[in-house]
Design a protein around this ligand. Sequence first.
Ligand SMILES: Cc1cc2nc3c(=O)[nH]c(=O)nc-3n(C[C@H](O)[C@H](O)[C@H](O)COP(=O)(O)OP(=O)(O)OC[C@H]3O[C@@H](n4cnc5c(N)ncnc54)[C@H](O)[C@@H]3O)c2cc1C
Length: 235
Amino acid sequence: MEHEEFQQAEISNIIDVNPMVKRFFLKFKHNITFQSGQFVIIDFGTLKHTYATRSYSIADISHGNTIELCICLKEDGAATPILFKSSIGDLLKVSIPQGRFVLPDSINTESVGFICTGTGVAPFRAMVKDLLEHRKYSGNVYLFFGCRTQIDILYKDEFEELQKRFSNFHYTPVLSRENWNGAHGYVHKHYEKIFHNKPNAIIYLCGWTNMLKETRDNLKSYGYTRSEIKLEFYD
Ligand SMILES: Cc1cc2nc3c(=O)[nH]c(=O)nc-3n(C[C@H](O)[C@H](O)[C@H](O)COP(=O)(O)OP(=O)(O)OC[C@H]3O[C@@H](n4cnc5c(N)ncnc54)[C@H](O)[C@@H]3O)c2cc1C
């Protein structure tokens, strides 16, 4: 990547979501444009790791010169402990938005599916808002979000609010380690109910490799082809 593709951004706000997740707001000098689903790279200069850069999905649609990231702390990681000690006003070296994990210009499918765990929901928050609020997509939009307990459900109020406003938005948070009155277990048995009959859909998967590979294999077994399944691996 060319040097000039990195810019300085100031941490303009930090919201603690739960002990392991924070939302970081990064303010650039100029407005920045991007497509929902894209990510930025933060260059830490040096890290106790082979690579000094880490990628983070942009968790919201455009707000002028500010982007939002939703980041999970990996306590023995190289980069996230540094980010979690940072403060409002700190400066970071951040790339321009990039990546091809985006929505097609025109969507011809009856449905769009999003399946993720943990902070893999970050790009989907942007894509769901883009689809429903900006593009006025009228097909079904399914979001299956797997996490452990209720405090791990990211952007819950927002997604519930979207579900009230848009009857074509179907939101299913799934808890693996807490019994509650919602969906329980792993995400697989829940998206299966919708996708095993292979409705005409494009399906996006985001997060850590194991869940993604298992989900991709399941979707293939229902008859979905490579071009109908879009993946963003976090590792
Ligand atoms: C395109 C892209 C977008 C990404 N977007 C986000 C995002 O929006 N939010 C976010 O929190 N992370 C995101 N990541 C992951 C992020 O880049 C880092 O890998 C993560 O923050 C850990 O960095 P670290 O330096 O603290 O840990 P490292 O020192 O890099 O961690 C070491 C090892 O642990 C693995 N690992 C790290 N975290 C986890 C985890 N939670 N579960 C399982 N294995 C893990 C890594 O793969 C690596 O093998 C994204 C990655 C990519 C490639």
